[in-house]
Each structure stands twice: as C-alpha cells, then as structure tokens.
Design a protein around this ligand. Structure first.
Ligand SMILES: NC(=O)c1ccc[n+]([C@@H]2O[C@H](COP(=O)([O-])OP(=O)(O)OC[C@H]3O[C@@H](n4cnc5c(N)ncnc54)[C@H](O)[C@@H]3O)[C@@H](O)[C@H]2O)c1
Length: 403
C-alpha cells in the first residue's frame, strides 16, 4: 500500500482482515513511527482496534520493499488540485518513478487515488517509458476508485460495489481476485469509465450541496426562511430531495470539480457549483455583519474540521469563514473544535465549548459536530449572544438563534 492516509491506511487494515499480508509505505516518517507504535493518526471507526493487532510492516523507503514478495501494489497517494484548476500529479509521478526501479514481471498495480480523466492511460505510458515492461502483458494496471466516506471506511469497504477499470481481461481477473474477498459486487469497465464514475459520483454530490446553498442565498435575499421552504419542498414529495445549506469542503469535494473542469475551456456546472459553495463563507459574514456589525465584537467559531464529526481539517471551509470575519476586524475570535486534538489550530487557541460560548457576542456553528449539544450551547452562551446556525443544528429552523 503506497500512501497511508485516510484512504490507504483503512484499506490496508481491511485487507489484512481479509487475510492478505501487507506492507505499507508512506513518505511521511512521523506517520510511519506512529503506525509502528500502533497509534492511529486520525479518527476512523474501528481502525485503532485493527491497527493494535496488525502484523503489517510499515516503511518509508521504496528500497525496503522486497519486490519478489509482492503481488499487488495499491497506490493511494494524495492528488490535490493546483489553484489554477489543474490536477497536481506530483505524488503520482514520484511513486511511478520509484516503482519503476523495483517492478518485476507479474506485479499488478491498482491505482486508487482520485484522478482526472485519462490519468490511468498516462500512468500506463509512463511505466512503459521508464521500464522494459509492456502493461497488460508483463505488468498489470487497473484503476479502482475509492468511493467511501471518511469515518465509514471499514463498513463501506465491505458494502460499496467496486468499479474495476482495465484494458484487458487478464488484468481484470487478477484484480477481481482481490475484491472477491470483500464479498461485494464488482463492475468491469475501461480505465476512462472507471475514472468518470468516481468523478461523476463526487461532482453530483457537490452540485446537490451547491443548489441547497444557492437556494439559501435566494431565500435570504427575499428575507424568507430557507429551512421552512426546504421542508415544504421535500415533504411527501416524490421527486428529488433538497439538502440543507452548509459549508461544503473537504479534500474530495473541494477539488474533484476541477478534475472535470480542467478538461473544459468554458464555464460549466462544476465550476458554477464551486463558485456557489466557495461564496458561502462571505455570504454568511456579510449577512451577519449587516445585522449585527462584527467590527469590535467577540466572535466564537464552533467546529473547524471540514465536516460533521470529523477531525480532518484539510480543505475545510472554516478557515475561509474566519478570514472573511477577520476582514471586519472583530475584537477577538474564539475557536472550538473538540474533535481536533490540538491546543492551537492555525495559530488560534483551541478553546473548550464553555469558554468559547461564555466569551462570544456572536457564535457561528460553522460545523455541526454531534458533540455540540443544544443543551450546552443554550446553557453556556450569554443572554444576548447571537447564534448563527446555517446547518439548522439546533433544529429550530432559525438561521439566527437568539437566546
Ligand atoms: N479521504 C477520503 O475520504 C477519500 C475518499 C475517496 C478518495 N480519496 C482520494 O484518495 C487519495 C488519497 O486521499 P487521502 O485522503 O488518503 O489522502 P492523505 O493525504 O490522507 O494520504 C495520502 C498519503 O500519501 C502519502 N504520500 C504522498 N506522496 C507520496 C509518495 N510519493 N510516496 C509515499 N507516500 C506518499 C502522504 O504522506 C499521505 O500520508 C486522493 O486522491 C483522494 O482524492 C479520498
């Protein structure tokens, strides 16, 4: 397993449960030390227990691989987007360069990082350029996207159908052998269709959130209650479901729009969805500033991770919300995310819930963690505190909750 992050590590532990022998490689030496000490580096249900009894070998250098002992190689490194809407293939390139030095006949590579259309074909050509092997004859390559949601990894690995993107039947049979042990449905398709399945799934979801956010902006402009409207739209209505608005981020959703948009010279739905979702922090800040004047006020921010009940800060929209609030020059900002086990987050002290609420004039429920109990929010916040509840976390159907 090359890349032991939120995708690679749970997959490694799941494969071990399915009686495979595993070697995990990651360039992050601190991470490898942690794994050797059997400590999970992030929250992922059920993984700590599996890691404790894991016999996997964890390494940080390709030289430590004994290629003869390996049959399958999963690649699960990060594939971020550059700011100019271009997939950054640096991690994939580094892995292919290193792998090419140790590949031997018979190896099967399963590419699992999310990638833009035609990237598997690029990897195939790159391997053939760097080695004397012919892909599909000496070495086997497939693209098998990961579609799980964080914190549901072990459950969903045993449930979600697996798309197997291949260019020949021999590779399919080799890869199918691995996923057969998962006892899930598999689909055989081409490299490109497999790439598109993953991107269509994620972009569909991204657009669903964007339309909820767009509706909330419209309702707000007309001074109408978005939660009432969405409830009426959805109630006993058989066609389509509208989500509640929110801050839509995360390493997948916030970048995967670009993997489709990069291939398109014009504006498209994906770019528009991105614009709407990226506008929400400013929309929230401006709306609240007009009503309560943020300047000189003490501001509380509940939640910093990218989504509910996660400890993953990467590509969270909360820092963007804070930057917009900072532009109004508040007196101070108090941040509270109990899921993130750090004393400071991006230079801000990570306060507990009570201190955040007692200190703040305006509190944004930026992320709707279950740990933020309504009872406590009501108990600790001051009499005149304004609570901004975009997620309708308090279930009062009020965007601005007054005590
Ligand atoms: N996080 C999710 O829920 C999720 C779900 C589906 C798909 N994906 C996709 O899976 C891929 C991995 O995502 P992630 O969240 O696990 O990322 P991550 O950043 O948590 O993990 C990637 C790991 O790869 C390591 N790495 C990077 N370059 C390397 C190299 N050259 N050699 C060795 N190790 C290297 C990093 O140190 C890191 O630990 C991405 O393409 C992502 O879009 C993620």
């Amino acid at each position: 397993m090359i890349g032991l992050g939120r995708v690679g590590l749970p997959l490694l532990l799941f494969l071990e449960k399915k009686k495979f022998d595993l070697i995990g490689l990651d360039q992050n030496k601190a991470l490898i030390s942690k794994l050797k000490e059997k400590k999970m580096p992030f929250i992922e249900t059920g993984c700590q227990k599996l890691l404790k009894k894991s016999n996997a070998k964890f390494i940080s250098n390709f030289k430590e691989f004994n290629p003869k002992k390996i049959k399958y190689i999963f690649i699960t490194v990060g594939t971020p987007l550059r700011e100019s809407i271009e997939v950054n293939l640096n991690n994939i390139n580094l892995v292919i360069n290193e792998l090419s030095k140790i590949l031997i006949k018979g190896h099967t590579i399963i590419l699992r990082s999310t990638i833009g259309p035609e990237t598997t074909d690029y990897v195939k050509k790159k391997i053939e350029k760097l080695t004397n092997f012919k892909v599909g004859k000496d070495i086997f390559l497939s693209f098998c996207p990961e579609r799980l949601a964080e914190n549901k990894a072990l459950k969903e690995l045993g449930q979600l159908p697996q798309i197997i993107g291949v260019e020949d039947n021999k590779t399919f049979l080799l890869v199918e052998r691995v996923f057969k042990r998962f006892k899930i449905k598999v689909f055989k398709t081409s490299f490109l269709s497999a790439e598109l399945v993953k991107l269509f799934n994620n972009n569909y979801r991204y657009i669903e959130f964007a339309i909820a956010n767009q509706f909330s902006i419209i309702a707000n402009n007309f001074n109408q209650n978005i939660y009432d409207i969405i409830r009426m739209c959805n109630y006993d209505y058989p066609r389509g479901k509208i989500y509640d608005p929110g801050l839509t981020g995360g390493t997948c959703l916030r970048k995967d729009f670009g993997m489709l948009n990069e291939k398109n010279p014009g504006t498209d739905l994906f770019l528009s969805a991105w614009k709407v979702n990226e506008y929400i922090p400013l929309h929230l800040t401006e709306t609240i500033d007009k009503k309560f004047n943020i300047n000189g006020k003490k501001i509380g921010i509940l939640g910093y991770a990218f989504k509910k009940d996660s400890d993953d800060e990467r590509e969270s929209m909360v820092p963007k919300l804070i930057r917009q609030i900072e532009k109004k020059v508040p007196k101070s900002i108090f941040i509270c995310d109990p899921n993130i086990k750090k004393k400071f987050i991006d230079g801000y002290k990570n306060y507990n819930l009570e201190d955040t609420l007692k200190n703040s004039d305006i509190v944004f429920i930026a992320i709707n963690h279950s740990i933020f109990k309504k009872r406590q929010i009501m108990k600790y916040s001051r009499k005149n505190t304004k609570i901004i509840d975009i997620w309708n976390h308090l279930k009062t159907d009020q965007f601005i909750q007054k005590k």
